[in-house]
Design a protein around this ligand. Structure first.
Ligand code: SAM
Length: 249
């Protein structure tokens, strides 16, 4: 086992349309995600306001890799993603940002399509791109992207603006011929959990857990591995959640 890999949290192979045990306010996982997303949009604007989101990236995109060094620090996690890739696959990446993960995965791939809604982040991606592989760019949110063909769908920390996460996960499952892999940072200060307050009571769920909850609800069998990440801005953790899609699900 890799030193960085600290836990294989579990696999869900069952279809479970009931709320998970201990679920928030008796909601199904996808209802909780949507309600928490809508409430966070009232506090923060970025999750629901496209202009606020783009204004943030206009300020933050330049030098993103130094400010958010997850990909550079995730060597063991990336090695595990690489180990699951087939020869010459076409990767569709959701929210590629500056391309920090893309550049590390590119040597294994024959074709890359990025679905990246932020013009500022697409510009940073182009500025830093040094790969030999051709990259097709879609300036679109994942939810709005047209149907496409891919061997592999990948995304890292790009799910915080998605309201209907169940539909987004099903779309990944439908589009990927061979594999889906999602990376999600765990724990403050690097990642805020999903939070929902109802009648003065607050329920919090790490996004990685919430993603797994929804996969379980959808009956999609997945594997989750958690890694310690030695970041220069303090120790952190990230989850790798991956699965072999079943297009008939
Ligand atoms: C935190 S950055 C992560 C960038 C990159 N994946 C990484 O880990 O280095 C989030 C990225 O996801 C993109 N993003 C946000 N919402 C998205 C959506 N609904 N569909 C596709 N990309 C999205 C943002 O524009 C941004 O580039």
């Amino acid at each position: 086992m890799h030193a960085e890999l600290i836990a294989v949290i579990g696999m869900a192979m069952q279809t479970d349309t009931n709320p998970v045990p201990g679920s928030c306010f008796g909601m199904s996982p996808s209802e909780f995600w949507q309600a928490a997303h809508e409430q966070s949009g009232q506090r923060l604007h970025r999750p629901i306001d496209d202009e606020a989101e783009e204004a943030f990236w206009r300020d933050y995109a330049d030098g993103y890799d130094q400010k958010s060094p997850l990909a550079a620090c995730s060597t063991e996690l990336i090695a595990d993603v690489q180990a699951s890739l087939g020869a010459k696959w076409h990767m569709v990446e959701i929210g590629a940002g500056s391309g920090a993960f893309t550049r590390r995965l590119a040597p294994m791939l024959s074709r890359i399509t990025i679905v990246e809604p932020s013009a500022a982040m697409r510009a940073e991606f182009q500025r830093l791109w040094d790969g030999a592989v051709a990259v097709d760019t879609m300036g679109s949110k994942w939810e709005d992207a047209p149907s496409m063909d891919a061997d592999f769908v990948f995304g890292a920390n790009a799910f915080y603006r998605i309201r209907n996460i169940a539909a987004a996960l099903l779309k990944m499952n439908d589009i990927a011929r061979h594999r889906v892999a999602l990376v999600q940072t765990i724990g403050r200060p690097h990642a805020n959990p999903l939070t929902l307050t109802v009648d003065g009571r607050t329920c919090e769920r790490e996004r990685a857990n919430a993603l797994c909850d929804v996969l379980g609800q959808l009956g999609i069998g997945y594997q989750r591995r958690d890694y310690r990440i030695a970041r220069p801005d303090g120790p952190g953790m990230a989850a790798l959640i991956d699965w072999v899609p079943n297009r008939s699900q």
